[in-house]
Design a protein around this ligand. Structure first.
Ligand SMILES: O=C(O)CCC(=O)c1ccccc1C(=O)O
Ligand SMILES: [Mg+2]
Length: 368
């Protein structure tokens, strides 16, 4: 049993080393929220809200998450007694949606819980891997030459799988060019919902390039259309934006909307729900991998922990800290060697949050 004595929210703004372009826009920096929860013994747990400054990937964005956390979530946990972090998500279900905000607070409590038990977050979640495999997600480039260079660099660094973002007009031609130079590369594409069923002919062309999967080709609500599309192509569809919870994962499996799911802890409302989706998919032979939201070290550490569960069988999108940031908020940094990340063995998330760096990039702070 533990009591949360204090909650601190840090609104952060950190410039990215290089801009990241998807079919919904270009990100130059990340505005996100770190949540710190403290217990009566002075231990701290950390979570990250993976929203960005505008509602492009999801309805939630950083300013809405900030208010929702302050007004709705924190009153449900501060000075409250808890036995296990699995209690948090059901408590938060009193309020609709806002999963990224919920996940940030719940994630901080998971970290605190693991630290109070003297165990790693990975083990507290039931994970057993000592290391996880890492892929990389490459944004849309102005010219294919730059993309090919970037692929080569990341393959040489050992990343186990390359994902490239596509959009209408920059899809088949790009994949064709990549395959000319990298015929056997474990390659996949992510459309971030940029297509409709009118584009089936494009998906059928992509089907000829031996892709590991096509991620989120259609709009997030379109489970039925994804099922229609999956019947017409042999490349597995992987859903990202479509899956916000266990129920949607179950329905996608029942409908045949996908063969693979990209789990993002923030998108599904936290680690407890991510675990449930993991177990469901395992039961149904649906493979998983852990996606990314250009996280700082705190979110990155949570991704590493969940990816230690057995059914995370494909390399995830969690790359090294220095790919995104001049300085990260954790020490040591997340490092990828030969395409693998060693799971840290210290309690909780296993990385120390560097308050000097947090304070350097904080734009607003609130304490409860
Ligand atoms: O490197 C990462 O963290 C993953 C990058 C990525 O693909 C992504 C980044 C921001 C928003 C959505 C997505 C996505 O997976 O669709
Ligand atoms: Mg995606």
């Amino acid at each position: 049993m533990f009591i949360i004595q204090e909650v601190i929210m840090y609104k952060m703004k950190m410039e990215m080393k290089s801009p990241f372009t998807t079919s919904f826009g270009t990100q130059y920096d990340r505005e996100f929220i770190l949540v710190e929860v403290k217990d009566e013994n002075g231990l701290s747990g950390w979570g990250e809200c993976v929203t960005s400054s505008l509602p492009l990937y999801s309805e939630e964005y950083t300013n809405t998450a900030w208010i929702f956390m302050k007004e709705c979530l924190i009153p449900l946990v501060v000075h409250q007694q808890m036995n296990h972090p699995d209690e948090v998500f059901p408590k938060f279900e009193a309020y609709k949606g806002n999963y990224m905000a919920k996940s940030a607070v719940e994630g901080a409590i998971w970290d605190l819980y693991a630290k109070s038990k003297g165990t790693t977050l990975a083990k507290a979640l039931g994970g057993s891997k000592q290391h996880i495999e890492s892929g990389i997600s490459l944004g849309i480039q102005e010219n294919t030459e730059d993309l090919l260079q970037s692929i080569k660099k990341n393959v040489d660094e050992g990343y186990k799988r390359i994902k490239v973002k596509i959009e209408p007009g920059r899809d088949v031609s790009v994949v064709k060019e990549i395959r000319k130079f990298f015929p056997d590369l474990p390659l996949m594409v992510d459309a971030n919902s940029a297509y409709t069923l009118d584009d089936v002919h494009i998906m059928k062309e992509l089907d000829r390039y031996n892709l590991l999967m096509i991620e989120q080709p259609l709009t997030s609500g379109d489970l039925i259309d994804h099922a229609t599309l999956q019947q017409q192509i042999s490349t597995p569809i992987c859903l990202d934006e479509s899956i916000h919870c266990y129920r949607e994962a179950r329905q996608a499996i029942e409908l045949g909307s996908c063969k693979i799911i990209n789990v993002k802890i923030g998108r599904v409302g936290g680690l407890t729900e991510a675990k449930r989706i993991h177990d469901l998919c395992k039961e149904h032979g649906i493979a998983l991998w852990c996606g990314g939201m250009l996280e700082s070290g705190v979110g990155r550490a949570h991704n590493i922990a969940i990816a230690t569960l057995a059914n995370f069988t494909y390399p995830g999108d969690t790359a090294s800290s220095d790919r995104y940031w001049e300085e990260d908020v954790i020490s040591p940094l997340v490092e990828v060697h030969n395409g693998t990340i060693m799971v840290p063995q210290r309690p909780g998330i296993g990385y120390e949050v560097d308050l000097d760096i947090v304070n350097k990039y904080v734009v607003e702070k609130a304490t409860f």
